[in-house]
Design a protein around this ligand. Structure first.
Ligand SMILES: Cc1cc2nc3c(=O)[nH]c(=O)nc-3n(C[C@H](O)[C@H](O)[C@H](O)COP(=O)(O)OP(=O)(O)OC[C@H]3O[C@@H](n4cnc5c(N)ncnc54)[C@H](O)[C@@H]3O)c2cc1C
Length: 498
């Protein structure tokens, strides 16, 4: 069974060989309890819908994935999603009070914060020491099972958050909400050299910003293509947001940032209120249409898209990715969450060029090696999926991966749920670039109008990998096509009841 929410995940966790269990619909209940500051949402409810319902009470769900308009509660909890404001508010892990799950035994139950480790999995002292030694010291990490968070809290909930549909299916999430801070201000800071990030980012972090976003010159060139004139000689731009209790406090801290970084910046533009800030941040959105207009030959692929390094290694990481991409002859665009040391990279290979896949694979290997050398992780927020499953042994070492296997065995001994995700399937080596829908040898996108799901998502050999890229509304698997067994019966009963 391959659980799937909106299908916006980038790592292949929402497609696979088996039966897609579509959670984009059918679990839509949503109630907001303003007194408790809690939203109880079915798995299909999106981040946008939660915030729309909470706004009237002056509340919000603070981590803000850019995909919030469509990412589902089940998908966000399963990937431990995050966003620009995670700099101040953390990933969704911190905001999940409880998840409602159906396990592979078919039992439905709520798993709550503070309820302890449950009966399935426990850690001994040696294992705790191992985890402390082997987990990356990055501000964000969505790779592997979150044994570090589990070791700290002792809560089963921490194993389930970020488990990418491999341990249980999530049918509901109880979200903790936070008051919307009344005042906000911000600034765009331009730098002539990447090295400036080494001093600028720690300085900004000390001022307690809610977001520090990086736009590197590679993505700024696409912004210019969209018709915006940017100051000459920009190596990168930081977009900074400060949320405060009062307007003078918000404006004051912007002044502190501008004055404190005067010796490093080549460009400064401030915004003193929410509307001004939104105008400032539109620059971030302008690159997307230009990227979407790339020629058929040049495709934007996310394969090294989610690396996160200790904050003091950020400049080195950005420079290293650029150098590796230049070496491979593949253009890239870089942007992301500088305040967390977390950088998104889109590769733009020419998919008509012979050998392009080998070049992308070479870049994948080089950037992975760079992340490890800098003490980073390959995933800050998107998860491992199938794309990175085979990297875990290199990141964590064989002993930690053995603990990951124990977890899988404890929850899903028959490997019913998303096999090949987080823990690699046999022969994973080719997986990162397998089943791509681009290039001369791409699998065709199946006809979306036929009612025969065998022809649409399930080929006669049981291959589901032909699902369209980022198809946010996949066909629902019909009751007749659903798998037999207690888990399936329970899911269908719950859906019918709702
Ligand atoms: C344009 C764009 C912007 C993005 N921006 C961000 C961002 O800012 N921050 C971020 O963190 N991510 C981002 N993403 C990635 C993605 O949106 C997130 O990972 C999101 O949380 C996935 O939600 P989904 O509903 O689409 O889940 P899917 O993609 O459908 O599934 C993701 C994983 O969760 C599992 N899963 C889904 N639903 C369930 C369920 N009910 N029970 C058990 N397992 C389940 C799936 O098996 C899969 O492994 C972005 C993606 C796109 C396309």
């Amino acid at each position: 069974l391959v659980p799937r929410g909106a299908g916006s995940g980038m790592t292949g966790g929402n497609v696979g060989r088996g039966v897609i269990v579509d959670f984009s619909q059918g679990f839509r209940q949503l109630t907001v309890d303003p007194a408790q500051r809690v939203a109880r949402a079915g798995a299909s409810v999106t981040w946008g819908q939660i915030n729309e319902a909470a706004r009237g009470f002056g509340l919000r769900l603070p981590p803000d994935p850019s995909s919030g308009a469509f990412a589902t509660s089940g998908g966000m909890a399963s990937t431990n999603a995050a966003g620009p404001r995670s700099l101040r508010y953390g990933s969704v892990r911190r905001w999940i009070e409880a998840v409602e799950i159906v396990g592979t035994d078919g039992e439905s139950r709520w798993v709550k914060r503070g309820a302890g480790s449950g009966e399935r999995f426990a850690l001994g002292q040696d294992e705790r020491r191992l985890i402390a030694a082997r987990f990356p010291r990055t501000r964000k990490n969505s790779s592997g099972y979150a044994l570090d968070a589990f070791a700290q809290s002792g809560d089963e909930l921490d194993l389930l958050i970020g488990s990418e549909g491999t341990l249980a299916v999530i049918t509901g999430v109880s979200w903790r909400l936070d008051p919307i801070l009344p005042d906000v201000a911000g600034v765009a800071l331009g730098f002539g050299a990447l090295e400036a990030l080494g001093d600028a980012v720690p300085y900004l972090l000390a001022l307690n910003p809610s977001a520090v976003e990086l736009l590197d010159r590679t993505i700024l060139s696409f912004v210019e293509e969209a018709g915006v004139t940017l100051p000459a000689g920009l190596a990168c731009l930081l977009l900074v947001e400060f949320e405060r209790e009062t307007a003078p406090a918000a404006r004051g801290v912007v002044g502190d940032a501008v004055r404190g970084l005067k010796h490093l910046t080549t460009h400064v533009e401030t915004a003193v209120d929410r509307a001004g800030l939104e105008r400032l941040w539109t620059v971030r959105k302008l690159a997307s249409p230009a990227l979407a207009r790339l020629s058929e030959a040049r495709r934007s692929l996310q394969v090294i898209e989610d690396g996160c390094v200790p904050i003091e290694r950020l400049g080195e990481y950005v420079a290293g990715v650029r150098a590796a991409a230049d070496g491979a002859g593949i253009p890239v665009v870089l942007f992301g969450h500088a305040g967390d040391g977390h950088v998104h990279v889109n590769t733009l290979p020419d998919v008509n060029r012979p050998g392009w896949k080998e070049e992308v694979r070479g870049l994948y290997d080089a950037v992975t090696a760079l992340q490890l050398r800098l003490g980073g992780t390959a995933s800050g927020e998107h998860g491992d999926g199938r794309l990175r499953a085979g990297l875990l042994e290199r990141v964590y070492g064989a002993e930690v991966v053995e603990q990951f296997r124990r977890i899988k065995q404890a929850y899903d001994p028959l490997e019913i749920l998303n096999p090949g995700v987080i823990l690699p399937a046999a022969g994973w080596e080719g997986a990162p670039l397998a089943d791509l829908k681009v290039g001369a040898d791409a699998a065709g996108i199946p006809d979306d109008h036929t009612e025969d799901i065998t022809g649409r998502y399930l080929t006669p050999d049981g291959n589901l990998s032909r699902a369209p890229r980022h198809a946010h509304r996949p066909a629902r698997v019909s009751r007749a096509a659903a798998p037999a067994g207690a888990l399936a019966r329970r899911l269908h009963a719950r859906r019918a009841a709702r």
